[in-house]
Design a protein around this ligand. Sequence first.
Ligand code: GLY
Length: 585
Amino acid sequence: MAMRQKYVVAALVLAACTGKAVSIATPVDELVSSTGVVVSAHHLASDAGAAVLAKGGSAVDAAVATAFALAVTYPAAGNIGGGGFMVIRQADGTATTIDYREKAPLRSTPTMYLDATGAIAASATDSGWRAPGVPGTVRGLAMAHEKFGKLAWADVVMPAVQLAEEGFALSESLAGELNGALTSILASFPASVATYGKPGGGAWVAGDTLRLPQLGRALRAIATGGPEVFYTGWIADSLAAQMRAHRGLISRADLAAYQAVEREPVRGTFNGYELISMGPPSSGGVVMMLTLNQLEALGLVGADGSADGSADGSADRSDARTLHLRIEVARRAYLDRARWIGDPDFSEIPLARLLSKEYARELAAGIDTAQASSSAELGKDILTPMAESPQTTHFSVVDAEGNAVSNTYTLESGYGSGVVVAGFLLNNEMGDFSKKSGYTNTGWAIGTPANLIAPGKRMLSSMSPVIVTKGGALRLVTGSPGGRTIPNTVLNVVLGVTAFGEGVRAAVDAPRIHHQWMPDTASFESGAATPAVLAALRAMGHQIKEVTARSQGDAHSILFDATTRTARAANDRRSPDSGARAPKP
Ligand code: GLY
């Protein structure tokens, strides 16, 4: 196990003075707790979730509180104007998912993002009033709370209201990010500049207080009036009026019609573990299971596991064989993503076959263990001879009873469309649709039927919130942002725990790799392979792009030990303001 990282966990045990089994592991920042834990991209949002756990709230209560708080403290992706997916597993073993993905407005058309020459006008989905899908976050959080919440709705929304109204101190990182957004994505929209600009002008610096009174007003209305105020009340009126004024598409009818959907999870097994994840309209669960099933068929996992087809017991994160196989299986999984996956309410998706071990064995049989294959050759039936943004965010929650929530939600790009209405940012999620029918190229464009724009349809996502169990007991909660890189990022963590024998900190920290069929290039975070292994992979025919920064995804994760009933949380240090928090006694 060349890359297995060894960490010394020097526990600062608070239990000694509190009587509670809560400790902070140093120097690696694993937070170990038997009273529940929340880990997210902003430590104040994790605080909000942990405070709800301390009040006796469930994992879902804490997740809802964290999601609303991130809308304040993590404006790039935390939101009430976007959408996402929540995977929920109760301690009794039952599991479900909530799909609160945005929808295409009723006035949208399949050609709405083509210019007069028929070319894709990417700028129309990058920002502005025609970029947003109908937001789903408030309905989704309300549905989760109604089904699984223990505390009153107002109790889980109010922490976010307080953060917005009272303000919070900016970190250096967030101050810099806001200054950048104010001169780019937000700059064309006066209400957005007024919302996020420094009062009195000038650049934000670390320690400044960001107050968001308009967002606080909207959140307070949601706290007291419930989701209806957003979808049929004054917030809906305000959003629709501004859309009309700026020739945007979302109407009051769109908002009134929006519903979140409870869907069956996508399930699979790998090396004796069970995975519970998100099905279409996210491609995440399917891509992950297609990948893992092929790896299992190829014998990646060791004889110590109980995998079908496991062979030699030598799973090693960073050797040439493992990396070659990971690129090859990802290539095939992402090709099937492009071929088949979209909104299940609009497209026939052969889900059972895509998730079957038999199909994975057929795919794996076509893989040469010594030679790279060609994405163009494999996908020539859909190829006709732009980038997804990393600004989504994931958080994980486990409560004292072992109920778990894995939630990923998004505005699509950082700060979404850049448009603020009623104090909150609207997404630019329409960019996740295929924009030109039949046009699939060797770059990023995909034009297969499953994900073409239609009124009321949900756009394809890659978000991959996942809960992993072993022998029926909770083991891992993880997920990540990162557009099309998401399933590979999440797999990097899942494989760390299920195949490479890593703990949660090592699995989160480990350098990541990505291949998505097209463009036919694998990207490697620095340290993912030695120069010798990179040379071996190139000799096999792989195109490898080395990424010097560790910047693929942001996978805040929790490992659960069902025997001791302790959760061990690792924030992803790629995200500077992130943090794990346990309920304070
Ligand atoms: N907007 C990123 C995704 O849904 O995959």
